[in-house]
Design a protein around this ligand. Structure first.
Ligand code: ADP
Length: 228
């Protein structure tokens, strides 16, 4: 599903954020990406959805060679990738329904299909009853659930999440993790950067640890391995 070979990322200011990474993530895996702040986790996962391009090396995601992908084909590539952020990134003036429907409207999906699909994913995140509200009327956890619904409305093969529980209290974080587990159970690959030690050590999954732009550990059912 995701393959990186000899990947480097040097930013314009000269910082080498990713310094020679090889990795292979299979369809259906659930992978935590851990490591100290500034280690290169965000850069590593931003390259997976082509928010950043590698300075060197090859990245293939869902059959797209991102090192060669033209800008005009990026929207096509992104249709099969869901992305979830720490700060939700919902459109503040749109309702919950409209925020989730947006990705389907862009591809001119039939309104009936949009309605059905949006209600299905809002049901999965248990927010059908709040479909007409706007983000500021929701709690942080609810906003994150909307953003997860948005990320999966296109039925992507992979969901990439950068610190999705970073702004949430422990109970709410666990609710969010249950939703990611459910999505993964349905066959979607999940790659998640996180600092949440309890979650990583309890919901045992593959753990990739990054330090100074390199993978220093990659264990099936691994531990967080740092102090929280
Ligand atoms: P992490 O997610 O592990 O905290 P990042 O990937 O955000 O790590 O950052 C890795 C390094 O790259 C840091 O030194 C950071 O300051 C630097 N960096 C991140 N984004 C940029 C950018 N857009 N321009 C320049 N340097 C950056």
């Amino acid at each position: 599903m995701i393959e990186m070979q000899d990947v480097y990322k040097k930013y314009k200011n000269g910082v080498i954020a990713v310094n020679g990474i090889q990795v292979r993530i299979e369809q259906g895996e659930f992978v935590y990406v851990v490591g100290p702040s500034g280690a290169g986790k965000s850069t590593f996962i931003k390259m997976m959805y082509r928010e950043e391009r590698p300075s060197k090396g090859t990245i293939v995601v869902n059959g797209f060679n991102l090192s060669k992908l033209r800008n005009k084909r990026v929207p096509l590539f992104r249709r099969n990738i869901g992305v979830v952020f720490q700060d939700f990134k919902l459109l503040p003036k749109l309702t919950v329904f409209e925020n989730v429907a947006y990705a389907l409207e862009v591809i001119e999906e039939h309104p009936k299909v949009i309605k059905k699909r949006v209600m299905e994913v809002l049901d999965l995140v248990q927010l059908k009853h709040k479909a007409r509200m706007i983000p500021s009327e929701l709690s942080g956890g609810e906003q994150q659930r909307v953003s997860i619904a948005r990320s999966i409305v296109n039925a992507p093969k992979v969901v990439i999440a950068d610190e999705p529980t970073g702004n949430l209290d422990p109970d709410t974080s666990w609710e969010i993790m249950k939703i990611f587990e459910e999505i993964n159970t349905r066959g979607t690959t999940i790659v998640m950067a996180t600092h949440n030690k309890d979650i990583v050590n309890t919901l045992k999954r593959r753990v990739i640890a990054i330090e100074n732009g390199k993978i220093v550990r990659d264990h099936e059912r691994g531990d967080y391995g740092y102090e929280a």
